[in-house]
Design a protein. Structure first.
Length: 215
């Protein structure tokens, strides 16, 4: 039975605005990401995506062949955006001549980026619930690329500084884990863990650490 207006006239059915296919795909990916961040992977469905996007199920299937291809496309996009942002901020941190200053600037910029684009970073930081194995694997791949870049920067900075060298592979892992944990803390409890507090704590830790002993 068709719905009627208060005046008794048939209510016109609302149709989604027609969009070019690529624009529609991006629109659906945005809607899927919102559902995922809000509800977790277990609640993502074609119905939930269609409702979030304000379209019908056939519109979703017209852009993607099903839920799995849509989620793969979202995973690819999220991974690329996170990787692009991370590599850009590591570059923007400057020349790692002063390793401590470089690490502090990189962590500071990451906190800014997570705060500016939280929906991209929540899945990457493992905050989104019930992530399947394929998501965890792709995140691990992304982290490894970033870790290698950090290790290269640390190695270059330590070589310029001269003196005793550190195990840059291990130190890069510590820097990445610290930056990720800061991002999670800031997203989960922003009033308590503000950027200045987090960066100041890391600066204090770096300044308190004794220089490596000469071989």
């Amino acid at each position: 039975m068709s719905q009627r207006t208060p005046e008794g006239e048939p209510r016109k059915r609302r149709y989604a605005k027609r969009l070019p296919k690529e624009e529609r795909r991006e629109h659906l990916l945005d809607a899927t990401l919102r559902v995922l961040v809000r509800e977790g992977y277990g609640k993502v469905s074609i119905d939930a995506i269609a409702k979030e996007a304000g379209v019908t199920r056939p519109v979703v299937y017209g852009a993607y062949d099903g839920l799995e291809p849509l989620l793969h496309a979202l995973l690819d996009r999220t991974r690329q955006r996170a990787l692009t942002q991370a590599m850009a901020l590591l570059h923007d941190a400057g020349n790692p001549t002063d390793v401590d200053a470089w690490v502090l600037e990189a962590v500071s910029l990451l906190i800014d980026q997570v705060r500016a684009d939280p929906d991209v970073w929540r899945p990457v930081l493992g905050i989104t619930q019930n992530a399947p194995a394929i998501v965890r694997d792709r995140i691990a791949e992304t982290r490894e690329v970033i870790r290698q870049y950090i290790a290269s920067g640390l190695a270059a900075g330590l070589q310029l500084r001269g003196g005793p060298q550190l195990d840059t592979e291990v130190v890069a892992h510590l820097v990445l884990v610290t930056a990720e944990e800061f991002g999670r803390m800031m997203l989960e409890d922003p009033p308590r863990y503000q950027k200045d507090r987090l960066v100041a704590a890391l600066a204090g830790l770096l300044s308190a650490a004794p220089p490596p002993a000469a071989p």
